[in-house]
Design a protein. Structure first.
Length: 157
């Protein structure tokens, strides 16, 4: 399905700018992507500016290249796709890990789309205390609204 095609997420999700497939063959469990992302669209402007200045220092301090790796962990066609994304350091550690899933359920002739997210930062991560759950929920809601509009326009067009 469209939702299981992670590179298509750039069409409706605010954060990923590019997903480059790292594994061969069709998408399925174990398929990995390099993901280049931007700050969440709902991040306050002051934080975005600070992030722009802080990111180079953070990359040096934590030996980080500034991208994430996403790996599909579950795929049930037309029903569910789940993936884990992590920010790798050059020495193989993880600065952050997030577990994502999108589930589709048929209800009264319509499709209910649910997205879940569970942050799992390592104990020594600089993000251990900095995961903003309300901000993530707000961004997910906005993204799902964009997805709904996009899919409805494709159906009608």
């Amino acid at each position: 399905t469209y939702i299981a095609d992670l590179p298509s997420h750039v069409e409706w999700n605010h954060q990923p700018q590019m997903l480059t497939k790292l594994t061969s063959g069709p998408a399925g469990v174990g398929t990995r992507y390099k993901t280049e992302e931007q700050a969440p669209s709902n991040m306050p402007v002051v934080q975005k500016i600070m992030m722009k200045f802080m990111m180079p220092m953070m990359k040096r301090k934590h030996n980080f290249d500034g991208y994430t790796i996403a790996e599909i962990t579950d795929l049930v066609p037309n029903s569910r796709v789940a993936w884990t994304s992590h920010a790798p350091t050059k020495d193989g550690k993880k600065l952050m890990e997030m577990h994502w899933a999108i589930t589709l359920e048929q209800q009264d002739g319509a499709t209910q789309v649910t997205q879940s997210c569970r942050p799992d930062p390592p104990d020594d991560s600089p993000f251990k205390s900095g995961v903003n759950i309300p901000q993530i929920k707000e961004e997910v809601t906005s993204n799902l609204n964009r997805l709904k509009t996009l899919l409805e326009s494709k159906e009608g067009g």
